[in-house]
Design a protein around this ligand. Sequence first.
Ligand code: UD1
Length: 344
Amino acid sequence: MKPRILVTGGTGYIGSHTVVELQQAGYPVVIIDNLSNSNRAVLDGIEKITGIRPDFVEADCTDIEALKKLFADYPGIKGIINFAASKAVGESIEKPILYYRNNLNTLMNLLEMMGKEEVKGLVFSSSCTVYGEPDHNPVTEDTPIKAATSPYGNTKQISEEIITDVIRSGAPFKSILLRYFNPVGAHPSAEIGELPNGVPQNLVPYITQTAMGIRKELSVFGNDYNTPDGSCIRDFINVVDLAKAHVIAIARMLGDTETPAIEIFNLGTGNGVSVLELIDSFQRSTGVKVPYKIVGRRSGDIEKVWANPDRANNVLGWKADTPLDDTMRSAWAWQCRLRERGVM
Ligand code: UD1
């Protein structure tokens, strides 16, 4: 029997896909989530795919008493994957205290519990946002960190620093920091996927909702960037590919092999794809048109960033290899499932 893993934010978008991969790899999972940006029905989706309903605690990770109770109720947790965080860039500029409190207190509570409870490893969800607007692409893990442009981005930078300091102080556990590029798509079963509250801020949910007729038109934020077609370039990575890296990271920290106490990996495909190319891929692969118009730039957007994923490829033996068209089809299948269920 593999050890129990605590997944914070496990009913969220990336969290739920990771719970599926963990369960399929034989890890018992307990989820803690305050359902602030997700819902209980996600547990049904996970159960449908894996045949296992993960243990679930509805609570907030900023509540240390709730965490203490969780560790008492679910003994033997050996790894934590921390997805529980607020992640809307714009909102973080309006409500910085909310972002700092939620994202940083959650992390510090988890680190405190790890020391007390003999947890061996922490996987932390970081982001390519730490690179800001890089001077060169693709970015490696050694590309310099730039000053954060939003409180959200700053919480990722500060969290990385907090974890590093705690490990350097001699904490009896390891940590792997995963810097995600742009996770997109849904599980191929279409049982789970991304379900943003309200009007989507991110590109792919906006595309699928526009294709479904929920939104009238997609706004493409800028076509005057210094890129081949003028739109921004990102590294869009399939969410299931991304989820699989977490299972490898957990196995690495909990295994017997000597590995560094703290490691950082970029999780991306290595391919830069423009916003207009992504829309094309969606339309080509699904046969569904997405009405769009070009509008002005969105403030704070990075012009171009994509990953050099060599370290994750070589050290973790992990690769993001789902073709973009398949990923776009999966995003559309999920949107269609939401319609069947009467959700959207
Ligand atoms: C950003 C952060 C990422 C963070 C995420 C959280 C960077 C490089 N990335 O992602 O770390 O986790 O926010 O939300 O800082 N777009 C449109 N129309 C839309 C929506 C988006 O044209 O309606 C364009 C954007 O201008 C951008 C691209 O699509 O060029 C991707 O946008 P989005 O999906 O919001 O992700 P990022 O801003 O890259």
